[in-house]
Ligand binder design. Structure first.
Ligand SMILES: Cc1ncc(COP(=O)(O)O)c(C=O)c1O
Length: 324
């Protein structure tokens, strides 16, 4: 990947003249069966650009209360897009399309009109759950019936594709817009891509520039993304196997918060005598880094830089700590 970055052909992407960025955008658009795509510096910016494409100021977005777009993006939909967000109770990947459909408010001057629904594939805070294809199709039908748009925060859509064997194009065609990350499981240092129609992506370029996300010789970064797409998608299956191994090892301690489908292992320590910061600190002291997300919530993540020996080390350290 470093060699691909060093050797990348570059130009000024604000003028649309970076051949490597252009190639990445064409590659990702084709993968998801859409007309166009646009490189962005981060997943958060890619999501927020897409939401601004779909929802005008004073109009409404529906999403899960645990969604990244309303949990970790610092109120950007409201701050930059003037977007009103309404959420359904945290449901992870187990979305009930009937509940979501019932929340849609029609256009008019009486109530805030719903303009878009956003879902997250895979679902981060619930522990990497995969939304079933049938659920997504039902949401698409509901969106069509009501004239609202459907956005996918596909930061980890690659994991869903590998776990459920659903084609990226199959996913892509369900959504009006997607944001997909190159920087998480795929292992690029930076970068996400907004995917959509040619008309929307033209407007996306204006919003990206307005948000300070227009980059110049960004081909060095796009080259990393292209390398990741070519070499690091299929291998995600290895990360899933390693996550399952971790889950199997910690499950007897009653701390597994949800079944593990992909590369995230969510831990709930509320019934343990240990708290999450203590487990995190003890593990770190032995070279095992875990995410501490709250007093009793933690997350294990498997990734490109973790091999079988690393997982076995983590199993040994974590089971010893959990045994107390
Ligand atoms: C589901 C989801 N969407 C979006 C993002 C945002 O990505 P970034 O950190 O590149 O802004 C993340 C980051 O963890 C995420 O988990």
């Amino acid at each position: 990947m470093r060699a691909a970055m060093a050797g990348a052909d570059v130009g000024d992407d604000v003028y649309g003249e970076d051949p490597t960025v252009n190639a990445l955008e064409a590659q990702v658009a084709a993968m998801f069966g859409h007309e166009a795509a646009m490189f962005a510096p981060s997943g958060s910016m890619a999501n927020q650009i897409a939401l601004q494409l779909l929802v005008s100021p004073g109009e409404e977005l529906l999403c899960d209360a645990d969604a990244h777009v309303v949990t970790y993006e610092m109120g950007a939909a409201a701050a930059y897009g003037g977007i009103s967000s309404r959420t359904w109770s945290p449901a992870g990947a187990d979305i009930d399309p009937v509940t979501v459909t019932a929340m849609i408010r029609p256009a008019g001057y009486h109530a805030v009109p719903t303009r878009a629904i956003a879902v997250e594939q895979t679902h981060n805070r619930s522990g990497g759950g995969v939304i079933p294809l049938d659920t997504l199709r039902e949401l698409r039908r509901a969106a069509d019936d009501s004239g609202v748009a459907l956005h996918c925060d596909g930061a980890r859509i690659w994991h869903a594709h590998v776990a459920d064997g659903v084609g990226l194009r199959e996913y892509g065609l369900i959504f009006d817009t997607l944001s997909v990350c190159l920087s998480k499981g795929l292992g690029a240092p930076i970068g996400s891509v907004v995917v959509g129609s040619a008309e929307r992506i033209e407007r996306a370029r204006v919003i990206r520039k307005r948000m300070g996300g227009g980059m110049r010789q960004a081909g060095v970064l796009a080259a990393a993304g292209r390398y990741a797409l070519d070499h690091h998608v299929d291998r995600l299956a290895e990360d899933h196997v390693r996550a399952a191994r971790l889950a199997e090892a910690v499950a007897p301690f009653g701390v597994l918060a949800a079944p593990v489908r992909t590369n995230l292992v969510p831990l709930d320590l509320s019934k343990s005598t240990l708290d999450a910061p203590a487990v995190g600190a003890a593990a770190r002291a032995e070279g095992v880094l875990i995410s501490v997300l709250g007093p009793s919530v933690a997350r294990l993540v498997t990734h490109l830089d973790l091999d079988d020996a690393g997982v076995e080390h983590a199993v040994e350290v974590l089971t010893r700590i959990l045994r107390g």
